[in-house]
Design a protein around this ligand. Structure first.
Ligand code: SF4
Length: 376
């Protein structure tokens, strides 16, 4: 682990922190797009450590959080069908849809099982030929290759009782949508290093030229994050906007061609509804025509929706503001009161990558603020 330790070294982190402080002549507003980065930033106290020179706002980069209520409803409906087993990643089980969560569906007798990978769902389908096994496929480009592989494996092994409920999303169209908002405050973007590892980052050049913002490919350890922030601040202070890679140990300009080929052989871009952001043109992935027989939405077009939950929770949740960085998680009136990880009102408090959960677990209270002279 020596390799990673270098990027967790407190002395290196302190050095990068002080370089940011020395470089910034004003407060710059940066957004990290990935929920994994949000958790790492908050866990290491970086937003507070940068107070006065960098404001970090958290983007919509948690795929669980942005999965639309309509798709959660569809997953619930499938789980309630007889002789159907709905499988997905554990985080998805507690994400509320219009009619509650997948855990609610399981409590009501639905068949729901968490799996670590879509390939596990293929195995389940093979072992249970009398069940229709549906994998609720959620995630950015990092998880799409595994879904593609699952379809190819099922096809090769002639497993006909396996299908995908596809909720995969694409990061770059969402970044562009954020930059187009009239009230967008983002002056620099930290691009998600793991997504770039798969799809590369050359295409971000078009965002840099169109919107004049620096984009820095950034990793996940504290030193990675501080180096990405430093690179952004240096660019902003010198009035430049470039695409830069601070995660070169993993992310390459062209990404991983094998993974890209795998994705392209099974999926193609499509418009996708994102929770909180609306429908994003080319913001998702769908199965290509030759693989549509694996599409659960086509295979089960008539799956009945669930029973209404007693109280509509979504109107109290401010996830749509949190997901675009308009509202800080701790400023939501429900945060830590009626909304906690054990009783979440919205997806950002459920997911291991959700911004509200990040603050609840790692920084539940705002930092102590010394009273100003006026207040004392
Ligand atoms: S704290 Fe809870 S209710 Fe508020 S935005 Fe986050 S998930 Fe929604």
């Amino acid at each position: 682990m020596r390799y990673l330790d270098e990027f967790r070294d407190p002395r290196l982190a302190a050095d990068r922190l002080s370089r940011i402080r020395r470089t910034a002549t004003r407060v710059w507003t940066l957004m990290e797009v990935c929920g994994g980065q949000t958790h790492s930033l908050v866990r290491h106290g970086i937003p507070e450590a940068l107070a006065g020179c960098v404001e970090l706002i958290h983007g919509p980069g948690c795929p669980v959080c942005v999965t639309s209520e309509a798709l959660v409803d569809r997953a619930q409906a499938l789980a309630r069908q007889p002789e159907t087993l709905l499988t997905t990643f554990g985080d998805m089980l507690r994400v509320p849809g219009t009619y509650g969560t997948l855990l609610d569906a399981r409590r009501d007798g639905g068949n729901v099982q968490s799996v670590a990978s879509p390939l596990d769902a293929v195995e389940l389908a093979q072992r249970n030929p009398h069940f229709q096994v549906v994998f609720f496929a959620v995630g950015f480009e990092t998880t799409v290759p595994a879904s593609a592989l699952a379809v190819l494996q099922a096809s090769e092994r002639r497993i006909e009782n396996f299908s995908l409920l596809v909720a995969h999303v694409r990061v770059q169209p969402a970044m562009e949508l954020l930059l187009q908002q009239a009230d967008c405050r983002v002056q620099g973007l930290l691009a998600a290093g793991h997504v770039c590892t798969v799809v590369g980052y050359e295409t971000y050049n078009s965002l840099v030229s169109a919107y004049g913002v620096p984009i820095v490919v950034t990793g996940f350890e504290p030193v990675d994050l501080l180096e990405g922030i430093l690179a952004c601040v240096v660019q902003l202070e010198t009035h430049s906007a470039r695409l830069e890679n601070c995660y070169a140990r993993t992310a390459k300009l062209q990404g991983n061609p094998v993974a890209q080929q795998l994705i392209a052989s099974v999926f193609e871009p499509c418009d996708r509804a994102w929770r909180g952001l609306g429908t994003i043109p080319a913001g998702g992935w769908k199965l290509r025509a030759p693989w549509r027989s694996f599409d659960a939405e086509r295979r089960f077009p008539q799956a009945p929706v669930g029973l209404p939950i007693v109280e509509a929770l979504s109107h109290r949740c401010r996830a749509s503001d949190v997901l675009v960085g308009r509202l800080a998680p701790r400023d939501c009136p429900e945060f830590g009161g009626s909304c906690r990880p054990d009783s979440p009102l919205g997806a950002p408090m459920v997911s291991s990558e959700g911004a509200c959960a990040a603050y609840y677990h790692h920084a539940p209270s705002p930092p102590h603020r010394a009273p100003s002279q006026d207040e004392s």
